[in-house]
Each structure stands twice: as C-alpha cells, then as structure tokens.
Design a protein around this ligand. Structure first.
Ligand code: GCW
Length: 677
C-alpha cells in the first residue's frame, strides 16, 4: 500500500488500449546504449516497464538495430552512428531532446543521454494520460541549473522537513541502503532536475571526512544512471573545525590548499560532482567576514577550487544581520542588495548567487527580491521552497506555483527595458551563461516523500517550471493530477479547483496585504502568532500598534527599500495610491482605517479575508469527500484526514488573527463577527 505514495506521479496505472492506442503502441524498444548504468539504458527499461504497466504490452529491448516500428531512444550522436544520418537534425542545447511520434515508430533523441531519458519520461507521461496525439518537437531547458536542495543533517534529522528522517544520512554518516535515494533520483529525472545538494546549508564540517566522502560517492553512484548529479553544502570553517588549521581565512594559503585538496579528493570519488552550495555569514554560520574578507572573496575560494573540474558554486544571497526595531530606518529586506550590489562583477564565472524569491523569507506574499535588478555581471538563480515551512508544513493544502509565478513573471523594468525575473535568472536578460533555479524540497523517509500526497504537486511543478518558467501553473497541475490520480474528470476538476484556491485561501486566513504570514517566527514557523513578529531583532516587523500598522519602506519617509528597485517599479511602490492592495502593508505604515483600492478599510479587509479564507478551506474537505470511491481508500483517507485538520486549523488561524487585531485596534467588525456584541 505504501507504494501508492512512493510512486508519486510515476504510477503508470493500467488504461484500456483503444484502437488508436493499438495502432500507435511501439512493438519494440531500441535503447542505443547497452551500458547498464547509463541514462539511455535506464530509459529503455523505463519504457518497457511503463508500456507493460499502462497498456499491458510487452516490448523487447534491443540495443543496436533501428527497427522502424519501435521506440528508439538515445543521443543524436548514437542515432547517427547506429541508424544513419538525419535529414534535418533538431537543434538541441545541453539536456534538450527531440520527441517524434508522427512518423513510423517513435524517436526520442537527446542532446546527451540525460536529455534522452527526459524524452522517455515525456513520452511515458503522454501514454499515462492516454494521449496518442502525433507530435514532433524539440525542447530545451531555460537554464542549465535545475537543482533541488535538501536541508538534511548528518544525524538524519531534516531542518524544516515534514516527511520524516533523511533518506541519505543517519548517525553522522551515509545510510547503507540507498534505495530511496535512487527512487528520488528517478522522480527528479522525470521532471528534469539535474542535481541534488544532499546536506543542509547549515552544514556540518564532518560532511567532508574521508569516510563521508566515500559515502557521498555511493549517493552519486545511485543518482548517476538517472542523470542526477551530487552537490554538497559546505561549512565555511571546515579547514579549522575538521582540518585542524588555526584559521579559515579565505585568502590564507593553507586554507586555499586545504580546499584544493579536499575538492580533489571529492572529484576522485565523484568525477561528475555538480558543485558546492554555501551559506556564509548568515544566521550564525561562519564566513569570510570574520577575516574582513568580502562575500565574493569567500565565494571565489570555492570557485577556484572547482574550476579544474567544471563545478559550480551556488552562493546564497540570504545574508542579513539582527536589527534594532526602534530604528525606523532599519530594514532586513534591504540586506541582500546592501551586501551583494557592491560585489557585482567580482565573482568568478562559475559562481551563481542563489536568491530567495522575496527579500525576507518565503512568506505567503512578498514583492520580488530587488537583488534580481541589481546584479548585471553576476550569475543568479531563483530559490523557492517546496517544503511548506511558513505555509502550513504539509498539513495545509497549498499549491505553490501561483505564488512563485508572482515573482517569475514580474517585470523589474531594469533601465526601462523589459526585465522579467525569469529572463534574469535564466541568464537571458544580462547575457549570463550560467543561471537557473533551486528548490528546497526536504523529502524524507515517509512513504509520501514530503509528508502529504497533495504536496507532491509542488515538487512536480517545480521541475516543470525550472525547465520552462513560462508554463501555465494550472496546466502543470492538471498533468500532475492525471498522472497521480488517474483520468476521471470529476477528480481532475475537483482537485484543480481545490489546489488553485489553496494559496489565496491560506493568504486570507494567515497574513494579508503584505504583512507577512503572521505565523510563529521564533520557533516553529507554524500556526498563528502575530505578536512574534515584533519586539525582536529578526526584522520581520509589522510595527502594529493601536492605530497603525505596516512597514514604511519608502524613500521619502521610510527605510528607503523602494529605492532598491529600478525607477519605474520604485515609483509604483513609493506611492501609497499606486501600491497594489496585496502589498500595501509591506511598503507603507497606515491607519487601520486606511481605505484600500478595494474600498474596504485595512482592518475590515483583515476581518473579511479571514472569514472568507476559512470558509474556502472548509469547502476543501467537502470537495474532497465528493471524490470518495474515485481514489483508492488509502490515499483518500489520508488526504481526508489532513483536510479535516485544515478545516479546524483555518478557524484557529482566523480567530487568532482577527481577535489579535480587534484587541489592538478596538475597531468593530462591520459584520459583527469579531469580539463581544
Ligand atoms: O527560513 C529560514 C529557516 C532556516 C533556514 C534559513 C535558510 C536552513 O528558518 O531553517 O536554514 O532560512 O534559508 O538558510
């Protein structure tokens, strides 16, 4: 039964084979590489299994003959060698593929083996959705970096993970049984993710002991057949903590030598290691500042060690200091630009600055990080979270892509030119060779991977958007639903509706108008705790008092944050009249009685939104219950229990927030729902 969850969207449930299906199903499989650990070999096996599971058809795999009514999978070069020349070879970038079902047989040709495997999964995804349309197209990735990050600790716990223990680590070492790691790589390959950073950005120096390097090598070995590369998070002070040096100064000769050596050892065991991820000088992590070196000098230390091997440094922009709330100019949202803008152009070519979507921290709504508009000579990547840290921790249904899209599709208007964020981090806007995206995923040993069946839509969609950020969030969702729950139309309609309503609902019953999520920020990041935002140094302030609320981030009277955006965008946010309602409290400090564009006051919006959000969340349970009998009992019941919980917790949220602001403001609810009447 646990299989239900483990398969994720790769269920390949049995479908009837129509006459069109019988006409089109390939009679054999030609996998143009017979090396057992190669992605093309794996592609052959995947096709064979998929054809059997979905349509009960038994196709033999061969490796060297080009049968015309078969499905042929391989690289373009392998195809040329074995099957002869192509009239019009498709134009493919690295990892891209060509898929044709329109001639005799099916052609799946990758620019490399990884691309061929991606193409095989694409073809299987069509078959699993009963789609026999004739297609012939090539597709290429928007960017080379399509990574996921795991915040797994060496002891096996996972920071902000809600799906059990680590599938990689236990008791300070690498687990013996890596079968879940291999299954994870398979899921990731099917959504075209090409690397996993396996350990927490709050990294433990012991990750790099010789024994653990050997263990990391075993992880890389099980990833490799799926075209997934290994990445490693580093603790900046490792030369001192583990290496016994008296310093970790990035300019010190011994330190440089230490990193050069350890990098050589890693590449000896893992010749295709993807690179390092580094969180430095942030939240207590060590970094170059200790030695008055810049973040760029810190990043370049690793970049140079990696250059001989073609590795990449993902250097996190999430750097900020604790602040004093009595200073009305202090603003954590400004930190990333303050730290990184002066360093633009100072990073080595194989460094990518990895930027969270908003300037604070994965909140339910944030404006786009202005750092994307301030680095012109530096590679960048977008960081999102699949794990629902601030967003209900897998106990609330929340389909995230509509939130991510507010950032991916945002036009920053750099130099008054179109500057859509997805064109910036994929490298197009400023002609950068490297770029892409990373998602913090945090799957664990739980049989649903993430801790909840429905949360898997976010992982699936992340992969699709990493490949092509222009894709439509709802269309991606619909594919995921068909692949995960079958082709029943009512299931499709219902789950689509629930999922598309989920982010607006969560925003409604948590934090509105850009005030942030209003969850407990001190410990759990779970459940309502609006008081936790203020009176501390974390800088996620709301500045709520009896009369007023919101952060004044204007240049004219506030923190000056709006000035970090290019002129046209800055002008919109600087002015209360042109700031969109959904971010008004992010940018302005106003009276609770301030009237929004919607015509409501701020406080009445809070009251109404919280009641609306909770009402919508109640419907998730009843909508789901209308699907009883259409989903297998195990998954049906598991999801039902979670939605039942959410129904109650949305009311807890509603009441906590409306009572908090009613007590503060003493302004009655026009609808008389809040307080004693
Ligand atoms: O969101 C915060 C989390 C930390 C995390 C940090 C980061 C890994 O609360 O748990 O640390 O961000 O992104 O580095």
């Amino acid at each position: 039964a646990a299989e239900n969850g483990l398969k994720g969207w790769l269920r390949y449930e049995s479908l009837p084979c129509s006459s069109q299906c019988r006409r089109n199903l390939p009679s054999g499989i030609v996998a143009l590489n017979a090396t057992e650990t190669s992605p093309v070999y794996v592609a052959g096996l995947e096709l064979q299994e998929g054809l059997k599971d979905i349509y009960g058809s038994h196709a033999q795999i061969t490796h060297s003959q080009c049968e015309t009514d078969s499905v042929v999978v391989g690289t373009i070069d392998q195809y040329r060698q074995t099957c002869g020349r192509m009239d019009e070879p498709p134009e493919l970038d690295e990892d891209g593929f060509w898929l044709s079902t329109s001639g005799q047989g099916v052609q799946i040709l990758g620019q490399n083996e990884r691309g061929a495997l991606y193409g095989a999964f694409e073809y299987l995804s069509m078959l699993a959705q009963g789609n026999f349309s004739e297609v012939a197209y090539s597709t290429n990735p928007s960017a080379p970096v399509r990574w996921v990050n795991q915040w797994d600790n060496m002891d096996g716990s996972i920071e902000r993970g809600y799906g059990g223990e680590s599938i990689f680590f236990k008791d300070g070492g690498i687990v013996n049984d890596l079968s879940r790691a291999a299954q994870y790589a398979r899921l990731l390959a099917s959504i075209r993710i090409n690397a996993v950073v396996v350990n927490n950005v709050n990294a433990n120096a012991t990750t790099l002991t010789p024994q653990n390097i050997e263990g990391l090598g075993r992880i890389a070995d099980v990833f490799r057949p799926y075209g997934v590369q290994l990445g490693i998070s580093l603790n900046f002070a490792t030369p001192q903590i583990l290496g016994g040096l008296s310093t970790y100064d990035p300019l010190n000769k011994c330190v440089i030598q230490w990193w050069t050596n350890v990098t050589a050892q890693i590449y000896k065991r893992v010749p295709d290691m993807a690179g390092y991820l580094v969180k430095a000088d942030s939240e207590g992590e060590p970094g170059p500042e200790t030695y008055n070196r810049t973040l760029a000098q810190g990043a370049n230390l690793f970049a140079k060690a990696l250059q001989p091997y073609g590795g990449i440094v993902m250097f996190r922009a999430f750097v900020y200091n604790q602040l004093n709330e009595s200073n009305w100019k202090a603003d954590r949202a400004k930190a990333a630009v303050d730290f990184f803008k002066p360093l633009d152009g100072k990073f080595e070519e194989n460094v990518i600055v990895q930027i969270k979507y908003g300037p604070i921290d994965f909140q339910v709504r944030e404006p786009t990080s202005p750092l994307f508009a301030n680095l012109f000579h530096t590679n960048t990547a977008l960081e999102v979270e699949v794990t629902q840290e601030y967003l209900g921790q897998q106990s609330h249904l929340l389909y995230l892509p509509p939130l991510w899209k507010t950032v991916m599709d945002f036009d920053l208007r750099v130099e008054r030119q179109p500057s859509v964020v997805r064109d910036i981090y994929t490298g197009k806007r400023f002609n950068r060779k490297l770029g892409g995206s990373a998602a913090v995923v945090n799957v664990g040993t739980n049989a649903t991977w993430l801790g909840s069946h429905l949360s898997m839509s976010n992982l699936y969609a992340y992969g699709r958007l990493a490949w092509d950020p222009t894709e439509d969030a709802q269309e991606i969702l619909e594919d995921w639903i068909r692949l995960t729950f079958g082709l029943d139309n009512k299931v499709l309609q219902t789950l689509t509706r629930m999922s598309m309503e989920s982010w607006p609902a969560y925003e409604n019953y948590s934090g509105n108008l850009g005030i942030q999520t209003l969850t407990d920020i001190l410990y759990t990041h779970y459940g309502p705790n609006p008081a936790s935002q203020d009176n501390n140094g974390w800088g996620q302030w709301t500045r709520a008092n009896h009369k007023t609320i919101g952060m004044d981030r204007t240049v004219s009277k506030g923190t000056g944050y709006t000035g970090q955006y290019p002129a046209e965008v800055a002008a919109i946010y600087e002015n209360l009249d042109t700031t969109p309602d959904n971010l008004v409290l992010w940018f302005h400090h106003v009276n609770y009685t301030h009237r929004l564009h919607s015509g409501k006051t701020v406080i009445q919006h809070f009251y109404d939104a919280h009641y609306e959000g909770a009402v919508t969340a109640q419907t998730f349970l009843t909508q789901w219950e209308s699907l009883e009998g259409k989903v297998d009992p195990e998954r049906y019941e598991d999801i039902r229990r979670r939605l039942d919980y959410q129904t109650g917790h949305s009311i807890v949220w509603r009441d906590a927030i409306v009572n908090f602001y009613h007590n503060l403001s003493r302004i009655p609810d026009e609808m008389k729902r809040v307080g004693n009447h």
